[in-house]
Write a protein that binds this ligand. Sequence first.
Ligand code: NPW
Ligand code: ADP
Length: 268
Amino acid sequence: MSDFLPWTEDDAARRIRIPEPDDDKYTRGVLGIITGSEQYPGAAVLGVEAALRTGVGMVRYLGGERAGDLVLQRRPEAVLGNGRVQAWLIGSGTDAAHPEPRSAGWVDAALAQNLPTVLDGGAIERVRDTGGPTVITPHYRELGRVLGVDPAEIASDAGGWARRASDALGVTVLLKGSRTYVCGGGIELSVTGAPAWTATAGAGDALGGILGALVATHADSDAAELARLAATAALIHGLAAERASGGGPFTILDLAAAVPATIAQLLR
Ligand SMILES: NC(=O)C1=CN([C@@H]2O[C@H](COP(=O)(O)OP(=O)(O)OC[C@H]3O[C@@H](n4cnc5c(N)ncnc54)[C@H](OP(=O)(O)O)[C@@H]3O)[C@@H](O)[C@H]2O)[C@@H](O)CC1
Ligand SMILES: Nc1ncnc2c1ncn2[C@@H]1O[C@H](COP(=O)(O)OP(=O)(O)O)[C@@H](O)[C@H]1O
């Protein structure tokens, strides 16, 4: 898909909102996160960690008791409970086939706010219930499920399917893989360069956190701007992976820990 423009480090640097002297935690942007489940509490920890490392005024976390405890143990900066937010990150570490009643209620309420929203994991299947600017972050199987298409077919023409999905669903699509394709609002971008060591469980949960933080700090974004933010998230994710890797394996908490220096480098 030659139409997809490669997103560069300079492009990404322009999408980092640098705090100003008169900013406070609310004017910087608050990200609401509804992720994790009894089965996958770790996804909540990884998303919150990555969001805070990307830079955001506050993270409000809503989820099950176990995931909430783990999130707080790892990141006491996170605020548990409902409240006003500028954007939502929903669904990493959840299973659409087995929704947890308490979280499902929060998801319904969040979607009804029509705020900028990132849908990941099990919440991608709620894409037709969103009214605000929305970006979905599927891998091939997740996009296959939402479109009713064989994932092998998606893999054979990932850019084409990202475009078709964006057109059909009316949202911005970030389709994950060794090359990530982003489509939305007439913008088509691609991001490469992450080491193949990134193919490890939890990498996508961290990407969701990075993107959620970028969206919360640019809360007036339309579909095209969401596409630019999504490509920026993928680029930061890949550069942080490379920094964490240094040529070898790494964990996703290592990737998250590398995000602040990655952003500082982009801004230099
Ligand atoms: N730390 C956390 O909390 C983490 C939480 N996570 C969360 O998990 C949720 C589900 O995400 P996912 O991408 O794994 O789900 P999904 O697309 O349904 O894939 C299932 C497919 O995989 C395949 N498969 C399974 N085992 C296989 C094997 N050994 N070798 C080969 N194939 C194998 C299986 O095939 P089958 O066994 O049926 O043949 C099926 O096709 C999501 O919410 C995510 O956020 C993750 O991010 C990880 C870290
Ligand atoms: N071979 C690869 N090379 C580079 N990056 C990859 C590769 N495979 C996966 N990734 C990246 O790793 C992440 C995997 O996300 P995902 O499939 O949602 O995993 P998980 O659900 O385990 O978190 C995505 O950001 C994707 O672009």
